[in-house]
Design a protein around this ligand. Structure first.
Ligand SMILES: *Cc1c(COP(=O)(O)O)cnc(C)c1O
Length: 378
């Protein structure tokens, strides 16, 4: 008999989602606008401590709009963290712009501020001043934000903060997503809270967020008929999904606590040489630990990442390699890349463990026993 599947990260409903969805039905607000969208934007803004939020159809759409708002056009260069999911970088390609990929550092696994500065200086020397920088807080782990913000402001390059995985993470008590000129969030099915699919663009700049709403509703000019001067998109969040989001926001902090407890459990029970956790740099950093991620050293453990992943799969436990860096992706292979092999190594050795807020102690024990048993045997 096989045991039930343990998922990497599955949706975890709080209970009030259906209430807000029902309100949408009862009032017939079945559209990509309505009271749930308004409330969701307001409540999310309050949670983050930011003035303006546009609820959108996805995190990828939010990045696409952020790049448009910054004036990125065909032929422009945009610097991006290479170690990420393609949702971070694909919008650069949508615009016909050129991604310039920069590697991570070993402390947080996120954009290396030293390499970032080298890359900016080199691009400027080549007459190609980057139009924007996009950084990421991978798996919820706060990046070296202070240094990244400093570098970007030194060269006056706008910063887009991809906080898709980091809702609820903080640096010095301030929420991830609020450090960049614009921040983006995702509410995809596997994220810390979900609207099944959705995203948001956040900023303290009123003009940008107003303009993003305009662009996200097909850029309709003021007129009784449909009048279009600019190219728009259909990127707004539906009022039904925003209802799911309102219910999810109510349980966000409890999801963060639970994911952190999952992380603490793994740290307690899987502490051996050769298995290193992605960790907060200091007490000022607070990760939502969306996914607990480890680096597996084959020389010390006698098994490599794929051995562990495949062994766990036999016990019906889903784990996943870390993101394959963009500079290693066929789609991005011709991009300029500034790096020294950090994310290559993390990709080879890194594994994300089941981390859902709905995992039970029995399930966590199954994961720990499976990993420990396999390593002991090897
Ligand atoms: C999920 C994710 C995105 C994209 O969000 P979608 O809502 O799925 O479009 C972007 N960047 C990162 C780092 C992500 O994890």
């Amino acid at each position: 008999m096989t045991e039930d599947r343990i998922w990497l990260s599955s949706p975890d409903m709080g209970g009030n989602e259906l209430k807000y969805v029902k309100e949408a039905f009862d009032t017939n607000w079945i559209a990509p606008l309505g009271p749930n969208v308004d409330h969701f934007e307001k409540e999310l803004g309050e949670y983050l401590g930011i003035n303006h939020v546009a609820a959108l159809s996805s995190g990828t759409a939010a990045i696409h709009l952020a790049l448009i708002l910054l004036g990125v056009k065909s032929g422009d260069e945009v610097i991006a963290q290479s170690f990420t999911f393609c949702g971070t970088t694909n919008p650069i390609l949508y615009l016909g712009a050129t991604p310039v990929l920069v590697d991570s550092e070993y402390d947080t696994w996120n954009l290396d501020p030293v390499l970032l500065e080298e890359a900016i200086l080199d691009r400027i020397k080549k007459g190609k001043r980057p139009k924007a920088v996009i950084m990421v807080h991978l798996y919820g782990m706060p990046a070296k934000m202070k240094q990244i913000v400093e570098v970007c402001s030194r060269y006056e390059i706008p910063l887009i903060e991809d906080a898709a995985e980091a809702l609820g993470s903080t640096i010095d008590g301030r929420k991830a997503g609020t450090f960049g000129d614009m921040g983006i969030l995702s509410f995809n099915g596997n994220k810390i809270i979900t609207t099944s699919g959705g995203g948001a663009l956040v900023s303290n700049n009123t003009q940008w967020i107003d303009k993003s709403r305009f662009l996200a509703t097909q850029a309709r000019d003021e007129a009784p008929h449909y009048e279009h001067t600019e190219l728009g998109y259909n990127y707004r969040m539906s009022n039904i999904l925003a209802g799911v989001g309102r219910g999810q926001l109510e349980v966000l902090d409890s999801h963060v606590s639970k994911r952190r407890a999952v992380n603490a459990f793994y740290r307690e029970h899987l502490s051996f040489e050769g298995l290193n956790f992605q960790s907060e740099m200091s007490a000022n950093d607070f990760s939502n630990y969306w996914l607990t991620s480890v680096k597996i050293e084959p020389e010390l453990l006698g098994v490599d990442r794929e051995d562990v992943r495949l062994e766990l799969w036999k016990s019906n436990i889903e784990t996943r390699p870390l993101w394959k860096p963009m500079h290693l992706q066929p789609l991005y292979k011709d991009c300029v890349y500034y790096g020294n092999g950090v994310s290559d190594e993390l990709f080879t050795k890194g594994l994300c463990l089941p981390s859902g807020s709905n995992l039970t102690t029995v399930e966590l024990e199954r994961v720990v026993v499976a990993i420990k048993g396999f390593i002991a045997k090897s």
